[in-house]
Design a protein around this ligand. Structure first.
Ligand code: COA
Length: 347
């Protein structure tokens, strides 16, 4: 590797092709019963209303960057590569407010001088980061990009808030995207994405940013945790995910009946089921891992891809529709045909 700021523009116009997938989950499993010692809820309510049985919590000394390194190393091993031209980390829980976490992750992965930066786009962050990577590849700026989604949601969730505590979990997933032919299997299709900042309060952490700096010494501890209007988010999630998924499929030239697998951000099993119903995609074509891992925000889509691939639910030639939604509000959807020979690394 050299210190040149970007790769030569060989490959201009190339598609971003998925060649590697990796995942890492903290070992500590937290069942609903453990949360219900602290909040007024029940295992039955959480299973029925959200679809979660347990989630993983990172130990206090483990942060987003550590999990990103683990998932990133696995994705590179899955792709059979030892170097990339850029690293994009999607997260809502960076290790520190400054600097970005990605350069440290690149350093720990043994990728010296590589371009590395963070993307924050809520639970859509991984699909946003893949879109940025695809743009780098299409412009000839990079030929190989490591895209990671990693979250330490336990850093943002108030363990006493029953509106958020049952929902979120920690973890990381990663993908390698490499320059290839536009119609190659594994090539990302057209992206449909968007945002609505008029609803930025629907999921937010009120304190700790530049906007609150004048009252830094007067913030209540709760203001440093995520606040969410669950009902409002639910409604918008269903509307935006359905529209974006429909639009992305059309942009790819597919009808919805062509979709073999819907990979939806694991926000709430009822949201996923409602979106699938509206799109008329049968439940058997909608893999899910929320029951075991909860909502892992920007890590959710790559974790589900890795788990579904590992379990043989994604088969070569499958037409896969990806869709995500989260804080911002922000949403994104894209498509790909599942490639042959891709083996996700979970360990
Ligand atoms: N345990 C037990 N009861 C709970 C509860 C909890 N954790 N949270 C709310 N309730 C109760 C309420 O008090 C209310 O009781 P009532 O009918 O006696 O007044 C009832 O359940 C319904 O409350 P509501 O807020 O309407 O719940 P809901 O069905 O909308 O579920 C969420 C709440 C948060 C699970 C749901 O709105 C949701 O998943 N929203 C989207 C969140 C999300 O995906 N965020 C991430 C986006 S990326």
């Amino acid at each position: 590797m050299t210190d040149t700021p970007c790769a030569p523009d060989r490959g201009r116009g190339a598609a971003a092709v998925l060649t590697g997938l990796g995942a890492w989950l903290p070992p500590r499993r937290v069942p609903n019963s453990e949360l219900c010692n602290r909040i007024d809820s029940s295992d039955q309510w959480i299973r029925e209303r959200i679809g979660i049985a347990e989630r993983r919590f990172a130990e206090p000394h483990v942060a987003t960057g550590d999990m990103a390194v683990e998932a990133g190393a696995r994705a590179m091993a899955s792709a059979g590569i030892g170097a990339v031209d850029a690293l994009v980390l999607a997260s809502n829980t960076p290790d520190r407010p400054c600097p970005a976490t990605a350069p440290w992750v690149a350093h720990r992965l043994g990728l010296p001088a590589v371009a590395a930066f963070d993307v924050m786009a809520g639970c859509s962050g991984f699909v946003y980061a893949c879109t940025v990577a695809a743009g780098l590849i299409a412009s000839g700026t990079a030929r190989r990009v490591l895209v990671i989604g990693a979250e330490t949601m336990t850093a943002l969730v108030n363990p006493l808030d029953r509106a958020t505590a049952p929902i979120f979990g920690d973890g990381a997933g990663a993908a390698v995207l490499e320059a290839g032919a536009p119609h190659a299997e594994g090539a990302l299709g057209p992206v449909v994405w968007g945002s609505d900042g008029s609803l930025s309060d629907a999921i937010s952490v009120p304190a700790g940013g530049a906007r609150g700096r004048h009252r830094r010494n007067r913030t209540a501890p709760e203001e440093h945790f995520v606040h969410m209007s669950g009902n409002e988010v639910f409604r918008h999630a269903v509307r935006r995910m359905t529209a974006a998924a429909r639009h992305a499929a059309a942009e790819a030239g597919w009808v919805l009946g062509d979709v073999d697998r819907l990979i939806a951000h694991q926000a709430n099993q009822r949201i996923t089921a409602t979106v699938a119903d509206l799109l008329e995609i049968p439940a058997a074509r909608v893999p899910s891992n929320i029951e075991q891992v909860g909502n892992t925000a920007a890590a959710s889509v790559p974790l589900l891809l890795a788990h579904a691939a590992d379990q043989g639910e994604l088969k070569p030639g499958h037409r896969v529709l990806l869709v995500a939604f989260g804080s911002g509000l922000a949403w994104a959807a894209t498509t790909l045909v599942w490639p042959a020979g891709l083996s996700a690394r979970l360990s």
